[in-house]
Design a protein around this ligand. Structure first.
Ligand code: FNR
Length: 187
């Protein structure tokens, strides 16, 4: 059966470079089913709303993650850290404590920036959050995309830099292997 990978973009901006990277993934590895999981309409986390089945948008969001074999987060860095909208989404997927959809979920991290440091600091914080939520973040492969303005085409809204496309392809293929390893661990 085809693996299903959920892709979460940590930017809500229409012309987001990170979304361009995310949109390129399916053409690099096509032996997978992908689902883009939106975080745009999630309410701000409020434990008072987080009871029973919770708000409808949260329920649908959690179900989308549940249906995947693993999630890849493609996110910018804001102020040397995780964008607030993404932290909010990850908090919603980290509860209820014992049955949260992030528990034992394989996760991969990718980030792009026009700057020079490739979202290293943001990815550290995302990794920390996912670790707290008991996800399995792929440990060895890292995907930091710097100077992204030179690597995308704003018309097609895709990643066009050949070297980076190869890295991205290799990253996704490694992530599929990571899913296999985690699934064996979860058996
Ligand atoms: C940024 N940006 C940024 N870039 C970076 O490499 N390190 C950083 O700490 C920050 N901080 C930061 C804070 C805020 C509030 C904004 C709005 C932006 C720049 C950021 O990388 C750039 O805007 C990207 O284009 C955002 O990603 P998307 O929306 O293009 O995917």
């Amino acid at each position: 059966m085809l693996k299903k990978i959920g892709i979460i973009v940590g930017s809500l901006r229409e012309n987001s470079f990170n979304r361009m990277i995310a949109n390129t993934i399916p053409e690099l590895v096509d032996s997978v089913e992908y689902e883009y999981i939106s975080i745009a309409n999630l309410p701000l986390y409020n434990a008072d709303l987080d009871h029973g089945e919770g708000p409808e948008t949260v329920m649908r969001y959690r179900e989308s993650i549940q249906r995947t074999d693993g999630i890849i987060i493609v996110s910018p860095e804001y102020n040397s850290g995780i964008p607030g909208v993404l932290k909010n989404a990850l908090d919603w997927s980290s509860t209820p404590t014992k049955t949260a959809v992030l528990i034992r979920k394989p996760a991969g991290l990718i980030g792009a920036t026009p700057g020079a440091k490739g979202t290293i600091l943001s990815q550290q914080q995302i990794r920390q959050t996912l670790d707290a939520a008991s996800s399995y973040v792929m440990p060895f492969q890292k995907m930091y995309i710097s100077q992204v303005l030179d690597k995308v085409d704003s018309e097609s809204r895709k990643l066009t830099d050949e070297t980076t496309r190869k890295y991205l392809q290799r990253y996704v293929l490694s992530f599929m292997q990571w899913i296999d390893q985690v699934q064996r661990l979860n058996e």
